[in-house]
Design a protein around this ligand. Structure first.
Ligand SMILES: Cc1ncc(COP(=O)(O)O)c(C=O)c1O
Length: 345
């Protein structure tokens, strides 16, 4: 079908012509030998921009988080994360499967973990227990920006107990843009409290592939070893780093458009019978079905109208990105409204 509006995820973006040109022009080498100039320059640039000693370009957010977990924790050691944290709940259990690392999931409240729960979950130094090593947070969490005061308190608590801290910042730049002001400066402040950070370029930033893991020189050296063991050593990866670098230059500030489109979509759908539509959270909108009113096959009905989204169990999720214009957002909202109304009639 022509004119499909794909709101399933911001990972569906396709590289723009200008990004493809930047990729084609990249100077490349063998990155496993450390010889790729585009990868090296991008890693150095991002480390400097975000205030870390070192950075590692990897194939995906999952690989980045996994390299981080494997580098922070050994076998029989433990990381603390929210029960809905992507790295715990949606990354195939990689840390347990490949590293013998035990997760300690805690109840999640809009991306935050209760500080008392964190403190209670940190194990005493006793051979009965796994050794607590790491606290992981995510920002944005399902589109929600985590308050800097909370991050300060949680990371200070971790440090007090000698735990390292990792941020899954897959959509960290959405949080930085939502904060207003210079987004690069904002990003630096968001990542500053953490020992390591993972940032994705293949989501709202629109690159086809690529994430970057940041941390100390020693930590990144360890992560580089794990990346190789995981099969993530890429050769002429400069074409991919060039896309990510282009995204960093051209697609950060425009994330504000995605946030505005999400807000417009939520506004148009406000009060629609059959769906409880929440406010936009950066580039995402969530809507709960109303039992007995929302058709059970709404996802399929929307797809037939050319609007793709995910969920329904229990929430529908609509994600706004580079390939969704303001007119698309408006049209999608009206199509959702009409589809729900027609089904309820
Ligand atoms: C918060 C978060 N972290 C990590 C990832 C993993 O990224 P990737 O799909 O590149 O492995 C995702 C993927 O959507 C995500 O939403």
């Amino acid at each position: 079908m022509d004119n499909v509006i794909d709101l399933r995820s911001d990972t569906v973006t396709r590289p723009t012509d200008a990004m493809r040109t930047a990729m084609a022009q990249a100077e490349v080498g063998d990155d496993v030998f450390g010889d790729d100039p585009a990868v090296n320059a991008f890693q150095e640039r991002l480390a400097q921009l975000l205030g870390f000693p070192a950075a590692l370009f990897v194939s995906s957010g999952t690989q980045s988080n996994l390299c981080a977990l494997l580098s922070h924790c050994g076998r029989g050691e433990e990381y603390i994360a929210g029960a809905e944290a992507h790295l715990y709940s949606h990354e195939g259990g990689g840390a347990a499967a490949l590293g013998g690392i035990q997760p300690q999931p805690l109840p999640h409240q809009d991306g935050t973990l209760d500080l008392a729960d964190i403190e209670a979950a940190i194990k005493p130094d006793d051979p009965h227990f796994a050794r607590s090593r790491l606290l992981c947070l995510e920002n944005t969490f399902s589109g929600t920006v985590i308050a800097p005061e909370y991050v300060q308190a949680a990371t200070a608590l971790a440090r007090k107990h000698h735990l390292a801290t990792h941020l899954d910042g897959a959509r960290m730049f959405n949080a930085a843009v939502a904060g207003g002001g210079d987004p690069y400066e904002g990003a630096r402040k968001i990542v500053e409290p953490f020992d390591s950070v993972s940032v994705c370029f293949s989501k709202g930033l629109g690159a086809p592939v690529g994430s970057v893991l940041l941390g100390s020189t020693e930590f990144i050296g360890q992560a580089r070893r794990w990346r190789k063991a995981l099969g993530g050593g890429m050769r002429q990866a400069g074409v991919l780093a060039a896309a990510a670098s282009y995204a960093l230059d051209h697609h950060v500030e425009r994330l504000a458009d995605d946030h505005a489109n999400a807000a417009l979509f939520a506004e148009i759908l406000d009060g629609v019978p059959g769906l409880e539509v929440g406010p936009a959270r950066t580039n995402m909108v969530f809507a709960r079905p109303v039992p007995g009113v929302t058709p059970p096959d709404l996802l399929e009905r929307l797809a037939a109208q050319g609007v793709l989204c995910t969920g329904g169990r229990p929430q529908f999720r609509f994600v706004f990105h580079l390939d969704v214009s303001r007119a698309d957002a408006e049209r999608a909202a009206h199509l959702v409204r009409e589809t729900v109304a027609a089904s309820a009639a």
